[in-house]
Design a binder for this molecule. Structure first.
Ligand code: GRF
Length: 226
């Protein structure tokens, strides 16, 4: 699989760099964030950009749920925040509308950030190798819902999180980055989830930066940087 982000047509965006005397023109890749809930990973990405750790811009934030706190946070921060309610809609019909909004906003990379809906094959083929996700376990262990609960039930001593490309199978695409979180004897789902979440916030932006840089190749299932 080739890195298709790097092949995207470059757009020039003028940004003010406070440490420079003149405005400079750089190419900012455009992120489309999809979320369904709290939105802490979206906010971590926004902070990484604001703090200069990730060179990108958030073109649009889309929620499939009207009441997602993440979309309220996006609005408060002045992002282009849109709700496209999915309830009762056929998956592919919904995804076609989603693709329309993402294209309208010239999105280069789709970042799932707690997006609680499976993507159709059509969506995945439209954004092939340009969709990433963050999952709260060390994949391929514990895919799907309630990964932290699954980890505790299984009795693993180490869990963590995984940033990965999205393919047709559930939580199955090539792994971009992982972080390990030791499980403590007294852990509950809440305490383990909280420690994993801190690592999610850290590695997701790093994974996005790598993908946007185009400085990697995919050899079989292995994402190799450099
Ligand atoms: C995170 O644990 C993420 O790994 C999973 O869904 C949760 C979303 O949390 N995919 P938030 O909405 O980003 O706070």
């Amino acid at each position: 699989m080739a890195s298709s982000i790097a092949n995207q047509r470059d757009r020039k965006t003028t940004v003010k760099r406070p440490w420079k005397h003149r405005e400079t023109t750089v190419n900012l890749k455009r992120l489309g964030i999809l979320l369904s809930g709290r939105g802490s990973n979206f906010l971590a990405i926004a902070d990484s950009i604001a703090e200069g750790r990730l060179t990108a811009e958030i073109a649009v934030v889309i929620s499939n749920r009207v009441d997602a706190p993440g979309i309220a946070a996006a609005r408060e921060r002045g992002f282009n925040a849109q709700v496209l309610a999915s309830k009762g809609l056929d998956r592919e019909i919904y995804d076609r509308q989603l693709i329309h909004i993402l294209r309208e906003n010239q999105v280069d990379l789709v970042c799932l950030a707690g997006y609680m809906r499976l993507l159709s094959g059509h969506f995945i083929s439209e954004f092939r190798a340009r969709i990433v996700n963050i999952h709260p376990s060390l994949l391929p262990a514990f895919p799907g819902l309630d990964a932290q609960h699954q980890a505790l039930e299984h009795g693993v001593k180490f869990s963590g999180c995984t940033a990965h490309f999205v393919e047709e199978g559930l939580d199955s695409g090539p792994i971009i980055r992982q972080a390990v979180v030791p499980v403590e004897d007294g852990d509950t789902v809440e305490s383990l989830s909280a420690r994993i979440l801190m690592e999610e916030h850290r590695i997701y932006s790093q994974a996005i930066a790598l993908v946007l840089s185009g400085r990697f190749r995919i050899d079989g299932r292995r994402v190799i940087a450099g």
